[in-house]
Design a protein around this ligand. Structure first.
Ligand code: ATP
Ligand code: MG
Length: 570
């Protein structure tokens, strides 16, 4: 491609609303443009990288025995009603109505649609297992679309689903997909961790997220410094540091006028936050529930939701808190509260604690778990933190990292197959419900994650495998005949060798050309200058290295083509 013809409108300034580097650089490099909040155009360079990621994904999945299908973007409400998700999905699901007043939605994911496809045509154990995937545009009406492609509303996802006769076979495929995903992200040139992830209502430990490590990541993960254990903090299990034990005593009423927040009460009473029990009120499927964690700990809503086993969990609103506890927000406590209660294991057996008194401006001191609220169910509710002990190896210490979730594999069990009646006849002729797994990759989020991980102050540094173009030829002086001829010869030679190559044929200053090459992040730059050409040399520089090397014009094509081929698969 000739740069003068390429539609890559580069910008000098960062877009005003861009918070993260990938958003800034993808816009500045002329790869994407925002159309509406969380909705983007992909320009030629952006699309080329998207296609390369897709190609790696397809290549690995096809090799792993998966088969590509294409399901509709719009799906009928009836299927979602069968699974119950028409009600449960909430506002993220974009619903629409056709001219006959029938309800539809724009697919945010496709468990229902694929299960419907399989239940219609697969009848016998002989047709199982089957693993089907698609690469498709999804829509989720996210509350907070942000960070450019990282959290869009419209985005490209690879979603795959497998169907099995039994758990063991499903589990085998799960491991197989986990390995396949690792190969995919390796080939994309990313540094990532596969971490244990929440499985929600389904339970078990069978879900892994693939997290690209980057400081801008929205997810927090912890990993052990001594063993393999790594998990999203939402579900990570760890040993919290030992709890201070406060002396047992009688309950006393402590007036706390106008101070409700733990930090405020803690200051007011001169007691450390860890002496407090944080009381949080939630609505679980519209019924009030209480969660209790230590004052200096953070509650994991994911763990709470799993403990309760509800479909929808949300923090209670101020009015609901008042109705349920009889006191304004800030003064709730477990003593005498007639609601289902869940208490973090770290508070099990605690004594001498301070809690809200369920009256305005009142706290209670000397509160003891086993004496004063024994009915609360003890469970793990606390968000794991750096410095916690590892529960897996019982030796290591947990460390924290930020991550961008680029993919997730999930054991679904029979959740959807049972609801939609995806059954088969086994070897005995008896009807059985299929076991399912599902596997997603955010293609466009992967693109953003690659930039988050690979950039410098001058622009993007694409891994070779997903770079929109692999080589950029920069003649320093386009008007210099010999330079131009050499540049064009190398350009044609590389094209013939199957290299994705750009030729900067603009009559611009060298500095401008170099800046653009750096901004676009093309992995290899070939500089063709009048003096070098006279000596029979051109300069080869890798985007991720400071030093350039002289190579002879004669061998340039062969050498560069060989290097590109090597780095593409590295
Ligand atoms: P998140 O927790 O980030 O909202 P999710 O767990 O709901 O994502 P999945 O249902 O697991 O997402 O979807 C599969 C993949 O699709 C994710 O791993 C992610 O890479 C991608 N994805 C999900 N939501 C978005 C989004 N809003 N924008 C871009 N990619 C997304
Ligand atoms: Mg996910």
């Amino acid at each position: 491609m000739l740069l003068s013809r390429l539609h890559a409108p580069t910008l000098k300034e960062d877009p005003a609303d861009a918070e993260v580097i990938s958003h800034k650089l993808l816009v500045r490099a002329g790869m994407i443009r925002q159309v509406a909040r969380g909705i983007y155009d992909f320009l030629p360079l952006g699309l080329r990288s998207v296609r390369k990621i897709e190609r790696i994904v397809r290549d690995e999945l096809d090799r792993a025995g998966c088969q590509e299908v294409l399901l509709p973007i719009i799906s009928p409400a009836e299927l979602w009603q069968e699974s119950g998700r028409w009600e449960l999905y909430g506002k993220e699901l974009l619903r629409l109505r056709d001219r006959h007043d029938r309800d539809f939605c724009v697919g945010p994911t496709h468990e229902e649609v694929i299960t419907d496809l399989v239940r219609r045509d697969v009848r016998s154990y002989r047709a199982l297992p089957i693993n089907l995937y698609q690469v498709q545009t999804k829509f989720r009406d996210e509350v907070r679309p942000r960070f450019g492609l990282m959290r869009g509303r419209e985005f490209v996802m690879k979603d795959g689903y497998s169907f099995h006769t039994d758990y063991d076979d499903c589990r085998r495929e799960y491991e197989h997909m986990r390995e396949t995903y690792a190969r995919i992200f390796d080939r994309c040139g990313l540094t990532y961790r596969a971490v244990e992830a929440d499985t929600g209502a389904i339970g078990g430990s069978l879900s892994h997220e693939f997290q690209v490590l980057a400081s801008s990541g929205e997810d927090l993960i912890v990993s052990c410094d001594a063993c393999e254990y790594a998990a999203n903090v939402e579900k990570a299990e760890s040993h919290a540091p030992a709890v201070d034990v406060y002396e047992d005593g009688e309950i006393a009423r402590v007036p706390t006028p106008d101070v409700g927040k733990i930090e405020e009460v803690s200051q007011f009473l001169g007691e450390p936050p860890q002496r407090f029990i944080k009381t949080l009120l939630f609505m679980a499927d519209d019924a009030g529930v209480v969660a209790l964690v230590r004052g200096d700990d953070e509650l994991s809503e994911t763990k709470l939701k799993t403990a309760i086993g509800c479909d929808v969990l949300r923090l209670a609103e101020d009015g609901e808190v008042e109705r349920l506890t009889g006191a304004p927000v800030g003064f709730a406590g477990p003593v005498g509260l007639d609601l289902p209660m869940y208490v973090d294991q770290r508070l099990a057996g605690s004594t001498g604690m301070i809690t809200g008194g369920n009256e305005n401006d009142l706290h209670l001191s000397g509160v003891a778990h086993e004496r004063d609220f024994p009915e609360a169910k003890v469970t793990d509710l606390r968000v794991a933190r750096a410095g916690d002990g590892c529960r897996r190896c019982e030796g290591g210490t947990m460390q924290e990292h930020r991550g961008i979730e680029v993919g997730q594999v999930f054991y679904l069990g029979t959740k959807y197959s049972r609801a939609l009646g995806a059954v088969f006849l086994d070897t005995e002729g008896a009807e059985q419900v299929m076991e399912m797994g599902c596997y997603g990759i955010g293609i466009t989020r992967t693109l953003a994650a690659a930039v988050e991980q690979n950039h410098d102050e001058h622009g993007i540094i694409w891994p070779m495998s997903i770079a929109p173009y692999e080589v950029m030829i920069v003649p320093v002086k386009w008007s210099h005949d010999a330079s131009r001829e050499h540049a064009e010869r190398i350009y044609k030679g590389l094209q013939d060798a199957g290299v994705d190559v750009l030729l900067d044929d603009r009559d611009e200053r060298a500095g401008v050309k170099f800046n653009d090459a750096d901004l676009l992040g093309i992995p290899l730059r070939v500089t063709v200058g009048p003096r070098g050409v006279e000596a029979g040399n051109v300069e080869l520089k890798a985007r991720d290295q400071g030093e350039a090397e002289e190579i002879s014009c004669e061998s340039a094509v062969a050498m560069i083509a060989e290097r590109v081929a090597r780095e593409r698969t590295a």
